[in-house]
Design a protein around this ligand. Structure first.
Ligand SMILES: Cc1cc2nc3c(=O)[nH]c(=O)nc-3n(C[C@H](O)[C@H](O)[C@H](O)COP(=O)(O)O)c2cc1C
Length: 177
């Protein structure tokens, strides 16, 4: 409610962050359980009127029960995908998992061009099953990538890695209706 009162045009519920959040029972840990997704979406839907977006994790076996639960909970829009859980590498001198920050490490989220096929698959599967607007995300770095997402059912796209890595500031770009 505070977010709506502050003037936000929409709220995106990030049930999909793999960066140190699942260990604490939030982020992607929520997005892997349909009942939690439905319940938490429903709670937020009950207190805000602005459009509600639920952002999905690809780190599930079947995206459809999760996507359906979000719509049953009252999501107006789905966004997919968040990053793909990964272990970036291992320092072969120290056998430390990477990245290592102050000697500590955890699993991370893989993003960028390599995950585009996964994002396209997830968006395509949702679009074939559910009549809900979808924001396509994952590995978009050209208009052709965006067009492919739109071709499989997205009505808008988001871009992160290609913009972050080219030192621009904007994170989200909507291109569809
Ligand atoms: C540096 C970085 C930070 C991110 N932070 C968030 C975040 O705070 N919330 C979120 O929902 N997704 C976050 N993501 C995931 C992206 O929004 C996006 O879903 C994912 O990276 C796939 O898109 P891309 O290939 O265009 O990066 C982040 C990704 C990166 C690379």
């Amino acid at each position: 409610m505070a977010v709506e009162n502050a003037g936000a045009d929409a709220i995106e519920l990030n049930f999909s962050c793999p960066h140190g959040m699942p260990e604490r029972g939030v982020g992607a840990a929520i997005g892997q359980h349909a009942d939690l997704v439905r319940e938490l979406t429903h709670v937020v839907r009950g207190v805000v009127e602005i459009p509600l977006i639920v952002k999905l994790t690809p780190n599930v076996t079947d995206i459809i029960p999760i996507a359906r639960a979000a719509t049953e909970g009252g999501a107006d829009i789905l966004s997919a995908i968040n990053s793909v859980q990964c272990l970036m590498g291992v320092n072969l001198d120290t056998l430390e998992p990477l990245p290592s920050v102050g000697g500590c490490s955890t699993y991370g989220g893989y993003s960028g061009p390599a995950i585009k096929p996964i994002g396209l698959r997830v968006v395509s599967q949702i679009a074939q099953e559910l009549p809900v607007p979808i924001m396509g995300i994952g590995g978009i770095s050209s208009w052709q990538d965006a067009a492919e997402y739109i071709a499989v059912g997205a009505s808008a796209v988001q871009v992160c890695t290609s913009i972050v890595s080219s030192n621009h500031l904007c994170i989200y770009i909507a291109v569809g209706a």
